[in-house]
Structures are given as structure tokens and as C-alpha cells.
Design a protein around this ligand. Structure first.
Ligand code: PAF
Length: 283
């Protein structure tokens, strides 16, 4: 029978639990999440399990990474079913801080990430986002003190921002990027996919299809600018409102002119109705 993970909501019992796990299991792996868990998160947990004796999953819908116009209020919250799923996966600890445990009254410190956080991709459309992510992730690292932390490549710019931050601040944690999990038709798994109407869900895989076709053409030697122009047109023709489709250096996220400047990562964000989808693919 699945063993229910220890659920902790405040700092002091968290520290005690982590000390016990460390004594008993050695290393601790952290999977940071905002809940509404799906197969993408479960795959991060499985990767985490291979890397440490104890696995902690944090569940916290972080208000600091949502703009006032965004979906903080309606973001899916399925705590009970998340706990059931994490029990089945043998997770040892769920760190589900209350909002006051994470941001006590008078909280007034923030991390301002640079480098990949200013690449002109997600940051151009969600200027508040990476500051909020970096602040909460730094706090999660200081609270849980993991040896290793798993992040999905689906949020590719986020992965680079967190990796840069950990390096810049000498945080003693290894950041591991794990492959994007997809539906059979290619749509990247995301907690926000539940917002898609039936018709939008049918259209949604176009984003990945365009990324795949673009990557294949670039590999075959087609000019990057022409491939991206075709890709942008195809995404818009399918009914998306495109935020960006870009080819960037896979490590620095700096702009590239041709495949020779590579390795290249294609990154896209587009809206279908009220749902904003992001995806990316290596060339
Ligand atoms: O990717 C997410 O779910 C969130 O941005 C994270 C890393 C848990 C920080 O709130």
C-alpha cells in the first residue's frame, strides 16, 4: 500500500524533517511545483528518486510570479489528488507552505535575476515573472536545502534562470533539467491545458508540430530567418495569437543569426483563447 508522504506547512517542522531524512537517507532531491500535478511532474519525481535517497515535492502557488491580470485566483488547485498521486510515487515529504510561512508580514526582499531572465522571451511578455520565480525558488532551496533539484525543460527559460541563479549565488544544489512530457499528439503537458476548450485542444498540438518542422528544416540547412518566418505564419494561421517564435543559443538564450551560431533552441509562446501555451525544442 502507498505510504502517505509527510506533509509540512511551516518552517520549523520542515527543518526537523529534512534533518531526519538526511540522517536516514543521505541526499535530498527537491521537485518544486505549484501543484495541479500531471505526468510531467511525476516524471520529475521519478528522475529525483534516481538521484537521492529522499524526495521532497514542494506545492506552492506563488503569488509573486503572477501579474494582477493573470490567473493566480483561478490557477488549478488539486491538493488532495496531488497527495494521492505523490503517495503512489513514494514521495517522502510534501512541503506545502502557507502563504504566511513563505511570505511573512513585512516580507520585503526579492531576487532580481539577469542574464537569461532578460533574454526578451517570456520576460518581454511577463516582466514580473522571473523575479517572482527566482525569489521563491531561492527560498525553497534555503528551506529544503536539497542536494539536487529537478526542473522541466518545458519551461526552458526558467530552467536557465534558476541554473544561473544557483551558480551566481553559490547555492549548493545541482539543478537538473528533465525532458518535456507530451500528449500522444505532441502537446506539452501543462497544468494550464485544462483551460483549453475542445476546439482549442484540437489546435494546440500545432505549436509543437511547427517547432518540429522548423528544427528539421534548420538541420537540413534552410536559413534560420526564413524558417522562423514560415513557422510564425503557420502558428498564426492555425488560430493562435503568437507572442514569439525564436531561435536562440541553447545555453545563453542569446539571439543567433544562423545554425552556425548554435547549438540552437527554438522557443515559442502563443495564446489560444484565454490559454497561453509555451514550448521549445532543441535543433
Ligand atoms: O514551474 C513552476 O511550477 C514554478 O514556476 C516553480 C518553479 C515551482 C516556482 O514557483
Amino acid at each position: 500500500m502507498a505510504r502517505k508522504p509527510l506533509i509540512v506547512r511551516t518552517i520549523s517542522p520542515l527543518r526537523k524533517a529534512i534533518a531526519t531524512f538526511r540522517k536516514k537517507h543521505g541526499g535530498v532531491a527537491l521537485v518544486p511545483t505549484m501543484g495541479a500535478l500531471h505526468e510531467g511532474h511525476f516524471s520529475l519525481v521519478r528522475h529525483a528518486r534516481k538521484r537521492a535517497g529522499a524526495v521532497a515535492v514542494s506545492i506552492f502557488v506563488n503569488p509573486k510570479q503572477f501579474a494582477p491580470t493573470e490567473d493566480f485566483g483561478s490557477y488549478p488547485r488539486n491538493f488532495e489528488s496531488d497527495v494521492v498521486a505523490l503517495s503512489k510515487l513514494g514521495v517522502d515529504l510534501i512541503w506545502a507552505p502557507t502563504e504566511t510561512a513563505m511570505y511573512p508580514g513585512g516580507f520585503s526582499t526579492a531576487i532580481t535575476p539577469g542574464g537569461p531572465a532578460l533574454a526578451g522571451l517570456e520576460d518581454a511578455f511577463r516582466p514580473h515573472f522571473f523575479g517572482g520565480v527566482a525569489t521563491v525558488v531561492a527560498k525553497l532551496f534555503l528551506q529544503v536545502t536539497p542536494d539536487v533539484a529537478m526542473f522541466g525543460q518545458k519551461d526552458y527559460q526558467q530552467l536557465k534562470v534558476v541554473t544561473r541563479m544557483a551558480r551566481d549565488l553559490d547555492l549548493p544544489v545541482k539543478i537538473v533539467g528533465c525532458p518535456t512530457m507530451r500528449e500522444k499528439d505532441g502537446l506539452a503537458l501543462s497544468s494550464r491545458n485544462v483551460y483549453l476548450s475542445v476546439e482549442e485542444r484540437r489546435t494546440a498540438p500545432v505549436l509543437y508540430r511547427v517547432l518540429k518542422e522548423s528544427a528539421a528544416r534548420i538541420k537540413a540547412g534552410d536559413a534560420l530567418a526564413a524558417v522562423l518566418a514560415d513557422g510564425r505564419a503557420a502558428i498564426e494561421k492555425a488560430g493562435f495569437k503568437l507572442d514569439y517564435l525564436e531561435g536562440r543559443h541553447a545555453e545563453t538564450l542569446e539571439p543567433v543569426v544562423s545554425a552556425a551560431d548554435g547549438p540552437i533552441r527554438l522557443l515559442a509562446a502563443a495564446r489560444l483563447g484565454r490559454t497561453r501555451l509555451i514550448d521549445n525544442l532543441g535543433v
